[in-house]
Design a protein around this ligand. Structure first.
Ligand code: AMP
Length: 466
């Protein structure tokens, strides 16, 4: 089937040609006709299958067909996603596909000031792409209402639940009008997701399931290096220096600090790279991602959460610098290469204490990862000591990235601030800095430290010695 055979209006066909698509992917072929008939859809698919166009194109077509207009402070289609990166990407797709129409779209997410987002909503918008916390926040502030909604898409439902958004999703669903078309996408369908889908979709939705996870994995060439933890940096550096064909390289680190360390090592070797993780501001993350997409940097180092749903075409190599302790994460990671029919290479480093993780990965994927060429070990220097934090601190300003504070929302006057539950505050924090798992009682630990007001008062009252 060709796109030109689908009943999509000329401006959409033009946009499809402009982005270079010719044939619909399986999920597009199976979803678009049913969605154009107004049916609800349950899509079991992961990023990389073309699912965004599978829902965006028919929604745009139906918005064009309906002849209705957006009203102030409302939206006609709502796409809910778990992270700001995904929200930005999906909205970019809508903008591309709607570029020859008058359909408007905007994107709202936490971790940044809300003034410009509220501005975009004043006149109403056709397509609103949002993360749950910020959406509820702006609904609370009466910046937007869902009363005129016609289409509701819940994307990446399994990740939404992983990230603790279930209560927010329920709150959003309770605010939707009864009459609406629903689309629900998830990469996996465990019981809790099936139950959630049943509360959102109308009975007997069209069910579309594409590309089981094993298919792309088999197309990825894999290599394994068993290596001491302290030599991983040197091995990565050596591989990159020896193989100029490694052009667009995504490196996964288990921790934020580890990601910064990798960047430090590579920059010292003259490799252009950047890191994205929860301690980087939104602007820095977007900048790093753009530079990577535009091939201004060769290596992007990411933690799993920061990398979720990142949509970069033509990643040539994925490195698992650390093996993930959840084997499914490995599948998500290496699925960033070998997309859209292309080949890809995934290289994994396994330290002695990661052997168990490796066994779990090989069991899940049913693939024994072949070992890479051991000759490279001879070129490596002897094991280095762990880079001491003090050395990295000294190097800040000489190449080592400054530790950034997580992005903060702009301060609001108390009057503007909507009442927030402890949970919504927690979730807003999670949206801003998803890797920062909540640490209960942190504030308590900080209390009454020397020099604190409370401690000074206690000292003055004689309850503690000076
Ligand atoms: P998605 O699964 O929506 O994140 O899409 C993954 C990638 O496939 C994106 O880079 C899309 O631009 C691309 N893509 C989507 N549909 C098609 C298509 N029919 N032909 C070629 N590329 C596509």
């Amino acid at each position: 089937m060709l796109f030109s055979e689908l009943p999509l209006a000329n401006p959409l066909q033009r946009a499809i040609r402009a982005v270079g698509y010719e044939t619909p992917t399986p999920i597009q072929e199976q979803s678009i006709p049913s969605l154009l008939e107004g049916k609800d859809l349950l899509g079991i698919a992961q990023t990389g299958t073309g699912k965004t166009a599978a829902f965006a194109l028919p929604i745009l077509q139906l918005l064009l067909d309906s002849g209705k207009f957006r009203a102030p402070k409302t939206c006609r289609a709502l796409i809910l996603l778990p992270t700001r990166e995904l929200a930005i990407q999906v909205e970019e797709c809508f903008k591309q596909y709607a570029q020859f129409t008058a359909i408007s779209s905007t994107c709202i997410f936490g971790g940044v000031g809300d003034a410009s987002q509220k501005n975009c909503l004043v006149r109403g918008v056709d397509v609103l792409v949002a993360t749950p916390g910020r959406l509820l926040d702006l609904i609370g502030q009466k910046a937007v209402s869902l009363k005129a909604l016609e289409f509701f898409v819940l994307d990446e439902a399994d990740r939404m639940l992983d990230m603790g958004f279930i209560h927010d999703i329920r709150k959003v669903v309770a605010l939707l009008p009864q009459k609406r078309q629903n689309l629900f996408f998830s990469a996996t369908m465990p019981d809790d997701i099936t139950k959630l889908a049943a509360t959102i979709l109308r009975p007997n939705p069209v069910r579309v399931e594409v590309a089981p996870q094993s298919t792309p994995i088999e197309r990825i060439r894999q290599e394994l290096y068993r290596i001491d933890k302290r030599r991983k940096g040197a091995l990565l550096k050596e591989l990159l220096l020896e193989h100029p064909e490694m052009k667009k390289v995504l490196v996964f680190s288990r921790t934020k600090h580890g990601a910064d360390k990798i960047v430090w090592v590579l920059e010292k070797a003259g490799v252009k790279c950047a890191a994205i993780h929860g301690n980087k501001s939104q602007t820095r993350r977007q900048e790093a991602l753009k530079n990577f997409k535009d091939e201004k940097i060769r290596v992007l180092v990411a933690t799993d959460i920061a990398a979720r749903g990142i949509d970069v075409d033509d990643v040539s190599h994925v490195f698992n610098y650390d093996l993930p302790d959840v084997p499914e994460t490995f599948v998500h990671r290496i699925g960033r290469t070998a997309r859209a029919g292309k080949d890809g290479i995934a290289i994994s480093f396994c330290a002695p204490d990661e052997e168990q993780d490796l066994r779990a990965i090989e069991k899940l994927t049913r693939i024994r990862i072949p070992e890479g060429d051991k000759a490279i070990f001879e070129k490596l220097p002897p094991p280095q000591k762990e880079i001491p934090e003090s050395e990295m601190r000294n190097a800040r300003g000489r190449g080592f990235p400054r530790r950034e504070k997580p992005a903060q929302a702009s301060p609001k006057s108390p009057k503007q601030q909507p009442p927030k539950s402890a949970q919504s505050v927690q979730q807003a924090k999670l949206e801003r800095n998803p890797e920062q798992s909540p640490k209960p009682g942190n504030h308590k630990r900080r209390r009454n430290r020397p020099g604190s007001k409370a401690r000074r008062r206690m000292r003055e009252s004689g309850s503690i010695p000076n």
